[in-house]
Design a protein around this ligand. Sequence first.
Ligand SMILES: [Zn+2]
Length: 239
Amino acid sequence: MNFRKSGYIHDVDRLIEQTSVEQVLAHYGKPLPDKSTGEHRMQCVFNEACIDSQYGNLTIRLDDPVNRIYCHSCQVRGNLLTLIHGLEHHRPPEGGRLRGDEFKAAVAKLKDIAGLPANEAASTSTSQSRATTSFNPMPQARTEATPHPAVPASGPLPPTPKLTNTPLHRHEKEAARALADLYQDLVTDVSQMSPEAARYVRTRPWMTPELMQKWGVGWIPGNGRSLFRKNYLVYTHRN
Ligand SMILES: [Zn+2]
């Protein structure tokens, strides 16, 4: 990888500083810190072995955006992007540090969480994106409205989304259409699920593999098709 010393890295640093731990944890449905300073503890997001060995082994330093996270079991450390990578993929960054595609994917996700337009995610950013950067200080605000840039940009703005409910298999984006049959990838064998998902299914004896397949219920495996919601047990809605 070879990032130019452009506005890109500078903007990423700013984004990391300005996006709160709460926003990220809320995005993934994780328990939020009950304070704004000091340390927050949670289960390790990088290695399942850590989760089994001890509860609350990942420390999040709430006032240190640079040395933000540290796992006392597997020793993975990093910043908010590293945390996002772990929440997405449930494994440490390759080679111990976020680089290249893993780095870019985490940045794209961070922008998504911060409410920035997705089409800026992969671009090398300029001063324009700085002007259009807007943040929701409270995670709850994300559900109320799609944030709009406070300052009109000189470049083209994304069109206002139409309020229609298009079935995935007719979606205008190919990537979305390709997800329409994602239910076929769902794991219904408890021995192949994450411990949490397996526990959920095992405590519901009526959830047999046959019924789960029939109704499109199962655990999303960590393959490339399901980057957006890994490690979830999902119920499919077909239309
Ligand atoms: Zn760990």
